[in-house]
Design a protein around this ligand. Structure first.
Ligand SMILES: [Zn+2]
Length: 198
């Protein structure tokens, strides 16, 4: 075999979650012993560990692992980074896109690392507002750029499937630092993320 991606789940954590999800299945009145549900607690346990893997990730470590000296000092923008997170109030998914830009000040990072930073903060129990700032702070603190801009657009299942049941609402949050506090830079960023470059 020339390539294999391995998955790892902590056995003790799987066991503990499995027991708890068995309890949930019984508590909602289901028969945990019926065929279709037999392995569900273990599957959900593993799924939950996957969905919250961000707790074992370190954003500064991710960005520093591909930090290069570079004199480029125009805006670097990665847009439409998909994200899947869990709202911490209902533990239901919210999902959408992150758009991240920064203006280097001597240092750049690997473009894919911005995607990993999004994973780091989205793969945990979150609120969209905090996540937006955490992404900004991680980039600002690690690369010390001239400025960072982060915009996140997401749909929250806790609003769509329950509660007010609003199917088409999109929540947008943004955070800016340094040069992005200036109207001109911020407008350029916002124009670029809304443009369809085909
Ligand atoms: Zn919620």
């Amino acid at each position: 075999m020339l390539y294999r991606k391995e998955e790892f789940y902590d056995a003790a954590a799987v066991q503990k979650l499995k027991e708890n999800y068995s309890g949930v299945i019984t508590a909602i009145g289901e028969d945990g012993a019926r065929e279709g549900l037999e392995k569900t607690p273990e599957r959900v346990a593993k799924s939950m560990l996957f969905l919250t893997q961000g707790y074992s990730m370190d954003a500064a470590e991710i960005l520093n692992s591909a930090k290069f000296h570079e004199s480029y000092n125009e805006m670097v923008l990665v847009k439409n980074i998909e994200l899947y997170s869990l709202c911490e109030h209902h533990m239901m998914p919210f999902f959408g896109k992150a758009h991240i830009a920064y203006i280097p000040n001597g240092w750049i990072t690997g473009l894919s690392k911005l995607g990993h930073v999004v994973e780091c903060f989205s793969r945990r129990l979150q609120v969209q507002e905090r996540m937006t700032h955490q992404i900004l702070d991680a980039i600002q603190d690690t690369l010390n750029p001239l400025g960072v801009g982060v915009v996140i657009e997401a749909q929250h299942l806790c609003m769509m499937m329950r509660g007010v049941q609003k199917q088409n609402s999109v929540t947008t949050t943004s955070a800016f630092s340094g040069q992005f506090m200036k109207n001109e830079t911020r407008s350029e960023f916002l124009k670029l993320i809304s443009a369809d470059l085909g």
